[in-house]
Design a protein around this ligand. Sequence first.
Ligand SMILES: *Cc1c(COP(=O)(O)O)cnc(C)c1O
Length: 397
Amino acid sequence: MNDFSKTRQRFYLPEDLIYLDGNSLGPLPLAARSRMQEVLQHEWGEQLIRGWNQCEWMGLSERTGDRIARLIGAPGGSVIVGDTLSLKVYQALAAALALNPDRRLVISDSGNFPTDLYMADGLLRLLDRGYRIETPAPEDVAASLSDEVAVLMLTEVDYRSGRLHDMQALTGRAHELGIITVWDLAHSAGAIEVDLAAARADFAVGCTYKYLNGGPGAPAFIYVAPELIDSVEPALSGWLGHQAPFDFERRYRAANGIRRMRIGTPPVLALAVLDAALDVWDDIDMSSVRSKSQQLSELFITEVERRAPMLRLASPRDADQRGSQVSFQFEHGYAVVQALIADNVIGDFRAPDVMRFGFAPLYVDEQDIVEAADRLDIILSEKRWDNPAYFERAAVT
Ligand SMILES: *Cc1c(COP(=O)(O)O)cnc(C)c1O
């Protein structure tokens, strides 16, 4: 069992702040702060170009990939970090489609995050081979699978409701029908137990700035099943996915293994920060994170419903059907979230009316939950949200 009071001390959290938004942007790990200083001064500053070799900058994408692999049930050498999640979705889908060249249908779901669907639309349009994408309701995905489907592309945990897909069952069913699977783990990695190897997932992608606390805009990761990687022809064939980038050959030859999913120069500063942010996970076992996060989310639902019956639970009531977040719907949800933020409780809002709260046991405890519910109660009962300042939409919600 992990001692989460110890992990909490490894983060910088402003005084009196209750942070229930680690599902959007994790807080600052103290190790990341000192690592950034050190890399700026001693690596970039002192070493300059020599840093690529002296400080092993080039190895950071694979090293951080291996550290993430442990958290998502993937073997070493099957995960690599770089670029943004949108790009990793594109790469994974392009590779998956090429492995199923005679089929023209992609299935996702209506709860998927817009960028995943936008990237898919753009890719299918570019390929111009008669591809179609369908987005049934999440509960209808299994029934939409057939032997006409090339790729099943899903986000495991719904960003709005927290509803969890059964990765193992859906991947199994997909494989029976000859379908390749792409799983987005944006709200799974560091939040719930994921076992890509046991589920026999083909491709997976995810963020590192949410539950993995890699910092704003931290690079994304991609997993390719080891038995597939050497048949993947990279669609984004950048020089760092080349077998020998520094031979500067005219012809592209894909590198062996997961390195072929690199594209261009790795974001060294961001990777160094991520590497330090991953330190806290070294002694963590995901089953204790999951059970603690379930306890916290159950407590939050109980405490909120007891005080605020006007809110409607927008997440599955069964903790086993949810990721690590709880959402409530309320007509004036945006204003309530702004009032909460003004009162030092940070959650977030997703249009049209969803208030979203994420639970990261590494730095959130029971006391935070009860205190957050108390402050929410006051905001609702005293209608403190009914303030023109709280109705003005910011650019980022
Ligand atoms: C957060 C999130 C993204 C964000 O993609 P970026 O390229 O990092 O901006 C994409 N997909 C899902 C499912 C997400 O939750």
